[in-house]
Design a protein around this ligand. Structure first.
Ligand SMILES: [Zn+2]
Length: 406
């Protein structure tokens, strides 16, 4: 990053000028639009029509909105790196779990870690997301799976968010899996979620969304419906992990409960897609997980699009099945494996991903009145972004109009 940035760090008002191409989804036209040889005015962290103040030279480079990542699981102790080799050697999910790996090892990690320890780890993970151009991120709990550890996880998200430049949107995912103490008594865990955990989460007042891992063998449709209905009664907005491994009727449930988004959808049914289309439910697709697990079952992006469903993209960053934090790499996978165009992948990583967080009137596009969450790239055009898979060609990042150090 250049030196110019540090001198404009605290500017209230400034002009980004000499922009070669300004590319953004335009919510009014419904298209990705590019304006050449232009400038952008920022006042008090917001994009405005006109401004007087210092100017920042973009040297003819590309300018886009910051990325929005609407599905991550960042509150954990350790990445489960050993499991990559175990899977390669042919170990099944059950065999990995029997050796003390899998989600239970992440549960022990979060339950045993102090709040400060987790704050430090999550903060470092957020540094990395921001460095890669992600300026707004959804963050799920889901490795505590008891009232105390889930509330601690939400507190960790809240504390990091208070001090970090990135905007973190908190989701309660107490229904991520059945914790070991409820392995033989699933309905009792659902009782605990509905009678104790959700009311406690609502009272704590940090979470915006409530998510459920709805899948045969995990939380079935009946259990998921009960959890999400309870969450709604407590003011939380429902979202779902839906039909990842097989068609479990989760997309239909997403439509029934009015979820803001149904995520994964690799095995979604025709009926499920139709119901999502009817109820205008966003599909959040996570090609990084399919890639990371060496599978070839990518979600049916083309069919979803043809049915008129909005598609968001996210990393699904988590300790086990996907360590990817880069939205440009997710765009790359969406283009390569799901038949999306560069423009579609870009719109799905900015505007539609923020729509899956209910914040499309605040961020996700560079239009007047929205927050100045901006990436100044070291490339000239949008097509260059998804094909830089190691160091990202980013010159400057602005979050709420403030230049970010990296
Ligand atoms: Zn997930």
């Amino acid at each position: 990053m250049n030196n110019q940035k540090s001198s404009i760090k605290n500017y209230q008002s400034f002009l980004l000028e000499n922009i070669g191409q300004l590319t953004t989804f335009n919510p009014d036209s419904g298209e990705v639009e590019t304006t050449s040889n232009t400038s952008l005015c920022i006042e008090d962290g917001i994009i405005v029509e006109n401004v007087s103040g210092e100017s920042v030279d973009c040297s003819g480079c590309l300018v886009t909105p910051g990325f929005v990542d609407p599905h991550t699981h960042p509150v954990f102790k350790d990445l489960r790196i050993d499991e990559v080799a175990m899977r390669k050697a042919g170990a099944t999910y059950e065999e990995i779990a029997a050796k003390g790996g899998g989600i239970n090892s992440s549960i022990n990690g979060v339950r045993n870690a102090s709040e400060d320890e987790l704050i430090e780890l999550v903060s470092k993970r957020m540094d990395q997301f921001l460095k890669m151009g992600t300026t707004t991120i959804e963050c799920k709990t889901g490795y505590g799976l008891n009232t105390e550890a889930e509330l601690k996880s939400l507190k960790v998200i809240h504390e990091v968010n208070k001090h970090h430049e990135i905007d973190m949107i908190p989701t309660f995912l107490g229904a991520h899996a059945f914790p070991p103490e409820f392995a033989d008594n699933h309905d009792s865990y659902v009782d605990l979620l509905c009678n104790e955990m959700i009311p406690a989460v609502a009272e704590q007042g940090i979470a915006v969304f409530c998510d459920v891992f709805c899948e045969n063998g995990y939380f079935n449709v009946g259990q998921s419906r009960r959890i999400l209905d309870t969450a709604k009664e407590h003011g939380l907005i429902p979202r779902l992990h839906a039909d990842e491994f097989e068609d479990s009727g989760a997309a239909e449930l997403a439509a029934d409960v009015g979820a803001i988004s149904a995520d994964h959808l690799m095995a979604v049914s025709e009926v499920g897609m139709q119901k999502m289309a009817d109820k205008n439910i966003t599909a959040t697709l996570l090609p990084g997980t399919t890639f990371f697990l060496d599978k070839d079952t990518y979600a049916p992006a083309q069919t979803l699009k043809e049915m008129g469903i909005d598609i968001a993209l996210a990393t699904d960053f988590n300790p086990g099945s996907c360590h990817i934090q880069s939205m440009p790499f997710i765009m790359h996978l969406a283009i390569k494996h799901m038949g999306m165009t560069v423009e579609q992948a870009f719109a799905s990583s900015t505007y539609f991903s923020v729509k899956a967080l209910n914040l499309e009137h605040e961020v996700g596009s560079l239009t007047t009145g929205r927050k100045a969450d901006i990436i100044v790239w070291d490339v000239e055009k949008l097509e260059d972004i998804p094909f830089h898979n190691s160091e990202l060609p980013i010159k400057m990042i602005f979050k709420n109009g403030k230049a970010i150090d990296s």
